[in-house]
Design a protein around this ligand. Structure first.
Ligand code: XMP
Length: 321
């Protein structure tokens, strides 16, 4: 029988056998899969692994710190952070079409990662690229969450010829719950191991309309409040995820204090799901919804209305774009 500890030992052994005394690079997304894959490889080959974290400026509040501080503290991994927020904002300037946004972000992501990989490679001979591919991804041959024909998901594929790497995929035989258990066994923080799914294109596809730094600030603040209140209510393990969506091109009239406001709505999209292929809208307790709504409208200046999405998937997808 496989225990989590024996999965770790077995994978560490296999990684050592594959990599020998070679060097590896791993892109971290902030998500659980890449974090666990990196932690396993780190355990196997130590500082012959270099992790690269591309901050595209589309992350939620605190996510960069989770990688730079908590993940590094837990694993001792060698980390290079690339601050690419300006580059992504420029590339997204004025873009409103969802698929356009995804394509631009995917393209820029590859370019930034490629550049970082070149720099790491220039310091030593790196032949291996670590990827957090899970068993379901292998079976579905690609697409994250099996929706790749509906929305274009991106990952680090398609690197140019002079950057050919041999893949190291230590999670290839594991399901998500096993990956989480391996993460805990390796001492990763709960915040990373139990993080809700978050799309690669980040907050850009939760702003309906063009992406600007002000809109990102607004959404980040509203999202942080929703996550805080859901956690405080002990609901993290009851729901699959709860996107918060900013309707940036919609305004409605409100009244706050003794003044008229003309602000934006945010949508709460809490869902329950087994695998993200189908989903139901989650019946959150009214008192939790009320706290989230009151806090967002009080604390986020540009938002004067909070609405609840009660659509299942199908017909709605989980994300709005
Ligand atoms: P949809 O919106 O298609 O989302 O119902 C299904 C699940 O996939 C996540 N998602 C993504 N994940 N890159 C990702 O890594 C993406 O481009 C992407 N788009 C959606 C979404 O959060 C949900 O969990």
């Amino acid at each position: 029988r496989w225990t989590t500890a024996s999965i770790v030992d077995d994978q560490v052994e296999r990684i050592r056998a594959q990599v020998g005394d070679g060097h590896a690079i791993c892109g971290l997304s902030g998500g659980v899969d890449s974090a666990v894959a990196a932690a396993l490889v780190q355990r196997a080959i130590g500082d012959r692994l270099t992790c690269v974290f591309v901050d595209h400026g589309l992350l939620r509040a605190g996510e960069r710190a989770q990688v730079e501080r908590d993940f590094v503290a837990a694993t001792g991994v060698k980390l290079v952070t690339v601050d690419a927020a300006d580059r992504f904002l420029t590339a997204l300037d004025g873009v409103t079409d969802p698929e356009q946004k995804r394509k631009i972000i995917g393209r820029e992501f590859i370019r930034v990662f490629e550049q970082a990989a070149r720099e790491v490679k220039a310091q030593g001979d790196v032949e291996f690229l670590v990827q957090g591919t899970l068993y379901p991804d292998v079976v579905e041959s690609g697409g994250g969450a099996g929706t790749s024909n509906i929305k274009s998901h991106h990952n680090v594929g398609g690197l140019p010829d002079d950057l050919q790497f041999t893949l190291v995929e230590p999670l290839r035989l594991l399901f998500k719950d096993e990956v989480r258990r391996v993460g805990l066994e390796l001492g990763l923080p709960e915040t990373i191991v139990h993080r809700q799914p978050f799309p690669g294109p980040g907050l850009a596809i939760r702003i309906i309309g063009a992406v600007t730094s002000e809109r990102l600030e607004t959404l980040r603040a509203a999202d942080a409040i929703a996550r805080e209140e859901l956690s405080a209510a002990g609901l993290d393990s009851d729901i699959w995820q709860c996107p918060v969506v900013l309707l940036a091109d919609v305004r409605s009239v409100g009244v706050q204090g003794d003044g008229r406001t003309y602000g934006h709505p945010v949508v709460l999209r809490p869902v329950s799901s087994e695998d993200a292929m189908t989903a139901d809208w989650a019946r959150l307790p009214y008192d939790v919804l009320e706290r989230i709504s009151t806090r967002i409208t009080n604390e986020v200046a540009e938002v004067n209305r909070v609405v609840l999405d009660v659509t299942s998937k199908p017909p709605g997808t989980i994300e709005w774009e």
